[in-house]
Design a protein around this ligand. Structure first.
Ligand code: GLA
Length: 711
């Protein structure tokens, strides 16, 4: 079946992915209307979904609030508009007038449907884009808006897409909220009647909510049931409005900006929304997560096929106290542990001795690095590691040469106080001169100092978000900032194909599919307590793959929580993502260094499974029993089971977990013990991770197929 087809009689467009269908059609009024999103349909089955438009039940109803592909502000519509425009004459309606359609093949195995429209009165053109691929059920949607007139327009709302669900017996929504050092807390609640808003008003994705959601009927579990999910590829303010309507339907619309942030559209200008990708899966929340992970590895991350190196980062060890001698000493020890990428964190530049000064002055401190960073980079390279550096290009301390020279470069409102957070202000990246300045010093720094990796940080939200001197600046900056941020990252990556980048926003303040398209991994949280981290990683993994999940082993008592857990437990928690080390290695004992080296070596033997395998959450992080996750090779050839337990409780039964992704009837050998297990027993009757007694026990079991007679 072609990936995109159109029924000649009914005009139904049918989009086909490996396991799902999506159907829509332009109705008699010219509006694009939704028909189906779910299990596979044939063209004639999709046609059968077309029913004559029901007459409104009363003069108070109008068009149903869910069921259009992009509900506009206009006509008899009363739901949250996905598109709301203000024309030069002050009027606001949009009336759909179809102008054409195109089916494109932007790449092999990829098809794109473009439906084109304009407003019946004003020269505003709107194109709805749908991209489907042969190797994923994720459907990418975006909208392109073009002002074809000669007067300015304002897009009061310009969502990427609206998604409609079939009528179900009930609805439940899953999403994350959080705060600094407590990101990704998963909630699974009945969907309230009326409207529910998930949003960030902070100018960045935020620690406080994630731009994604999952909906189900209330019956789905980790392993079973139908789930409709979506994720917005955007790193600025965003809003998703979910509706549960009086007529028993549910749907949601999402896009850039929060309420009151507008997108100006000058004559001839075009605005392309970010992608709002949607996914229907059967097989529970686990299957939904695995499908998002596979999609992200194939179509979002640029280098997901590479093996991510074991990293060392100096932040928790040294704080701002970095210099050549101290860093070289840490680098020696890191290399001996088996680290492959050494990252110098904050404090290497300008007058940066604490968080009160220096941000913005991106030259190595002459006092701490008398000969620049070159000698340290050389030491690190000589030790066989790659060299990485922390940067925070979007920020400035008022106490810096940059701010003294360019106080006009920050977001601010004339005559008002410039509110500081962490003693810093936000540079207005929407200004091309600011973005060009950042690009210039970054590309030079990377080239001149031999830098292989950047940790790109962003440590505060917007405030006083004004752009004096530019007439439409206060509106334009919300989207212009992110567009220029992406442009700088894209240019840097084009200049330096070997450069890898870690996205960081004071931990997980900027994690989304938009930033992951331009970076290689994300620093998930500043909270490195292994116990809290299991919960935070559980939230991250709902949508994002372990291939992008940076995790460090740090010292105890933990700097944030003062909790002490064994080195092994901390390693095992970090080994379920991209293993990094962040402890002060000069204070590790010989025994700790030896144990660490062994665990790093073990990670290297199994990391292909973590980084490229399929995640199965066998037992969640919040229950009484152990937390268990499994990473399975796609072909069933091997599998990794990681388990952690807070402490034994006498008399509390411990149920076995059923392993997934094994080859039926095969046998699997435990690489460490040599024990041989039957797949049928592991998958159907279960497996008990061998957790030593005592508090904070953990284990890693690597099982490889083929270990004796099959069958
Ligand atoms: C943020 C990051 C940390 C560290 C500090 C440095 O908080 O999340 O990992 O880089 O900044 O100031």
């Amino acid at each position: 079946m072609p990936m995109i087809s159109r029924a000649p009689d009914t005009g139904v467009w049918l989009l086909t992915t490996p396991h799902t269908s999506y159907a829509l059609r332009v109705d008699g009024t010219g509006a694009p209307c939704h028909l189906a999103w779910g299990p596979r349909l044939t063209p004639s089955e999709a046609d059968a979904l077309v029913t004559p438009a029901a007459k409104p039940a009363s003069s108070f109803e109008g068009r149903p609030p869910v069921g259009e592909e992009l509900p506009v502000d206009g006509g008899t519509r009363y739901g949250p508009p996905s598109l709301q425009v203000r024309y030069p004459d002050g009027s606001r309606a949009f009336e759909w007038q179809p102008t054409g359609h195109r089916v494109l093949e932007p790449a092999p195995g990829t098809a794109e449907l473009v439906l084109e429209f304009r407003d019946r009165v004003h020269p505003l053109h709107v194109a709805l884009h749908y991209t489907v691929r042969e190797d994923t059920d994720v459907i990418e949607r975006r909208t392109v808006l073009r002002n074809a007139g000669d007067q300015h327009l304002t897009l009061l709302r310009a969502d990427s897409a609206a998604w409609s669900l079939p009528q179900l017996s009930g609805y439940r929504v899953s999403h994350v909220t959080g705060q600094w050092s407590a990101e990704g807390q998963v909630h699974r609640d009945p969907l309230p009647h009326g409207e529910t808003v998930l949003t960030s008003r902070r100018g960045v994705t935020s620690h406080h909510a994630g731009p994604w959601l999952m909906l189900d009927s209330g019956e789905a579990s980790e392993q079973h049931g139908r789930v409709w999910s979506a994720a917005l590829a955007w790193s600025g303010s965003w809003r998703i409005t979910v509706q549960r309507t009086p007529d028993g339907r549910a749907g949601f619309t999402g896009g850039v900006g929060h309420e009151g942030t507008w997108v100006p559209l000058a004559p001839g200008e075009e605005f392309t929304t970010p992608v709002f990708a949607g996914l229907y899966t059967d097989g529970g929340f686990g299957a939904a997560s695995r499908a998002w992970h596979a999609y992200t590895r194939r179509h979002v991350l640029a280098h997901a096929d590479e093996t991510a190196p074991v990293l060392y980062n100096s932040w928790e060890a040294t704080g701002f106290d970095v210099d050549e001698a101290g860093q070289s000493a840490l680098a020696e020890r890191a290399a001996a542990l088996g680290v492959e990428l050494y990252v110098v964190d904050d404090g290497w530049f300008g007058a940066r001795r604490d968080d009160r000064a220096g941000l913005g002055d991106w030259t190595p401190s002459a006092e701490r690095f008398p000969d620049g960073l070159g000698p340290l980079a050389e030491t690190v390279h000589r030790l066989g590691m790659r060299f990485g550096l922390w940067v925070e290009p979007e920020m400035v301390n008022p106490n810096s040469d940059l701010y003294r020279a360019r106080p006009d470069w920050v977001l601010h409102l004339p005559g008002r106080e410039r509110g500081e957070l962490r003693n810093q202000l936000v540079l207005n990246f929407a200004r091309d001169d600011v973005a060009d300045w950042a690009y210039d010093w970054l590309t030079r720094l990377v080239a001149e100092q031999g830098i292989d990796f950047l940790k790109w940080d962003m440590n505060r939200a917007f405030s006083d978000a004004g752009w004096p001197g530019r007439q439409d600046g206060n509106d334009r900056l919300w989207t212009g900032y992110v567009a220029n941020l992406y442009r700088v990252l894209d240019r840097l990556r084009a200049d330096h194909p070997g450069l890898r980048i870690e996205a960081c926003g004071g931990g997980g303040g900027r994690v989304d599919l938009g930033i992951l398209r331009r970076t290689d991994q994300a620093w998930v949280s500043d909270n490195t307590d292994a116990v809290d981290r299991l919960v935070i990683q559980h939230g991250f993994g709902q949508i994002h793959p372990a291939r992008a999940m940076s995790a460090w082993v740090t010292d105890v008592p933990n700097q944030l929580t003062a909790r002490t857990v064994p080195l092994r437990f901390r390693f095992h928690a970090a080994m379920s993502g991209l293993l990094g080390i962040g402890g002060d290695l000069t204070r590790w004992s010989e025994e700790e260094l030896a144990e660490g080296a062994e665990l790093v070596a073990e990670y290297k033997r199994v990391r292909h499974l973590v980084q490229h395998g399929a995640l199965h959450r066998l037992s969640g992080p919040l229950g009484e029993g152990p937390t268990v996750v499994q990473y399975a090779a796609e072909d069933g050839s091997e599998t990794l089971v990681l388990a952690w337990q807070r402490g034994p409780r006498h008399g509390v039964p411990r149920s076995p977990v059923r392993l997934r992704g094994l080859t039926p009837q095969a046998r699997y050998r435990d690489v460490r013990t040599g024990d041989v297990h039957h797949a049928t027993v592991l998958a159907e009757y279960g497996f008990r991770p061998d957790l030593p007694s005592g508090d904070w026990a953990s284990s890693v079991v690597h099982l490889v197929r083929g270990g004796g007679d099959e069958g």
